[in-house]
Design a protein around this ligand. Structure first.
Ligand code: UDP
Length: 452
């Protein structure tokens, strides 16, 4: 009779974007809010649906998304996002109004928390007059600068001329026009259409960011100015939900015993995230740059990330012979565990926002090789604002890679970055500790949710 007299937990519906970098922070937020005594339903698309069995205390609701097998296989992420939003709005509305296995039609939902990538859920929340909160899984700097792309489009020069590339974007220091977050896979028109729709969202109640106030104070202020709703920077979420199992792909933990055999800070970890693709030439330049650097490396090559070939079977035999056991290559790593490992001294990354936060949290300096979109913004901040990363610009070429790896792992410049990222890590620890800013914003968010 423990719960006698207590109100039942309030129900929140959380809708993640269906890609690893979006799913991860939403599931972490779900775990955190569950621990604050909310009842959580994760409403997800069929495409890239999360592993329910890893979250027995959450309820899962599958929204029929109508994507064909062919659409699901497409590397054109923007096309998938546009299609999902078109297809899911009515099915999601129906799930909420007609009820499901897990939800009766009259069940009160006190708030919908959604990823703006799946903006259909914001529209449904608005129609049904349910309070809504957006969770941005990107940096605030990226969110703050996006409107510039639509301004450029309106002026007729979205693809800025070469003479403008190095010019600073007014009011968005340290960004240059070349750092603007254009998405380069698929059609530019579809990207801009999606961007316009995403920018249009108006969460009714608040915005949550997986970031830290002291890291992004001025971009956060700019976002606040754009949206005029309370902003809750409660990151890095993985620090508050360290055990939340979130991976869509099978992690190969075999790399941990390999790392155990390496010396302190000696290994460069290489991963370009869950979406980016590499062609055979790029892979080959990366491989030979790593081989020639003579430094130990752990490299994630996702299955399917090189569309023309089947994983490392396509790697050069000479390369394999040259690196022998100085290199370990896996299809997917337990990244947070890898970055926390004593042997890892550098991270060559595409600068996705989760990878960026995870690297800083473990005090690991980076080689920044952004591929598209928000990664370009994050890379510029890493290299020129926080100064904890080296920039790899232009076409990947083995000589540049070799120099960058040596600089990061062996030279004074790399050591200075290691010191700076260590200082930032300390600030993160303070922010996520008792009385820190992220803790404070989290308490305020919980209070707001309880008030609905
Ligand atoms: N990740 C992982 N194993 C890997 C590579 C990546 O677990 O081998 C995780 C990583 O820890 C991060 C996420 O996948 O949480 C990638 O998200 P990010 O925002 O960095 O990039 P995206 O994949 O969205 O481009």
């Amino acid at each position: 009779m423990e719960n006698q007299g207590r109100n039942p937990p309030k129900r929140l519906v959380l809708i993640p974007g269906p890609f690893q970098g979006h799913l991860t922070p939403m599931l972490q937020l779900a775990t955190i809010l569950k621990s604050k005594d909310f009842s959580i339903t994760i409403a997800h698309t069929q495409f890239n649906s999360p592993d329910f069995s890893a979250h027995p205390d959450l309820t899962f609701l599958c929204i029929p998304d109508g994507l064909s097998e062919q659409e699901v296989q497409s590397p054109d992420v923007v096309a998938i996002v546009l299609r999902l939003n078109d297809n899911c709005e009515s099915s999601f509305r129906e799930c909420l109004t007609r009820g499901t296995n897990h939800m009766e039609p009259g069940d009160k939902i006190c708030c919908i928390i959604y990823d703006p990538l799946v903006y259909f859920s914001g529209a449904v929340a608005c129609d049904l007059k349910i309070p809504s909160i957006a969770l941005y899984t990107n940096s605030a700097a990226y969110i703050a600068v996006r409107p510039i792309l639509l301004q450029l489009k309106a002026q007729g020069h979205i693809l800025v001329p070469d003479t403008m590339l190095q010019v600073p974007v007014p009011l968005h220091q340290p960004l240059r026009f070349k750092d603007l977050p254009i998405y380069s896979y698929g059609s530019l028109d579809s990207f801009l259409e999606g961007l316009a729709l995403t920018l249009n969202i108006r969460p009714s109640s608040a915005i949550i960011f997986n970031t830290i106030h002291c890291l992004e104070e001025s971009p956060l202020a700019r976002v606040h100015h754009q949206y005029h709703v309370p902003i809750f920077p409660i990151g890095p979420l993985h620090k508050f939900a360290p055990t939340s199992a979130v991976s869509l792909l099978q992690e190969d933990t075999g790399c941990i015993p390999w790392l155990d055999k390496q010396t302190h800070n000696s290994v460069i970890y290489v991963s370009l995230g869950s979406v980016a693709h590499m062609n055979q030439d790029q892979l080959s330049e990366m491989a030979w740059g790593l081989a020639n650097s003579k430094e130990p490396f752990l490299w994630v090559i996702r299955s399917g990330s090189n569309p023309g070939a089947e994983w490392i079977e396509a790697m050069d035999e000479n390369f394999k012979e040259c690196v022998k056991d100085r290199g370990c290559i896996v299809k997917w790593a337990p990244q947070k565990e890898v970055l926390a490992h004593d042997a890892v001294g550098g991270f060559w990354s595409h600068c996705g926002w989760n990878s960026t936060l995870e690297s800083i949290c473990e005090g690991v300096p980076m080689i920044c090789q952004p591929c598209f979109g928000d990664q370009k913004v994050n890379a510029r901040y890493l290299t020129h604002e926080w100064r904890v990363g080296l920039e790899l610009e232009g076409e990947i070429e083995r000589g540049t890679v070799e120099r960058a790896v040596r600089t990061l792992m062996k030279e004074k410049e790399g050591e200075e970055m290691r010191q700076r990222v260590f200082d930032l890590k300390h600030k993160f620890d303070v922010s996520t500790g008792d009385g820190g800013s992220s803790c404070h914003y989290l308490s305020e968010l919980v209070e707001l949710l309880r008030s609905f």
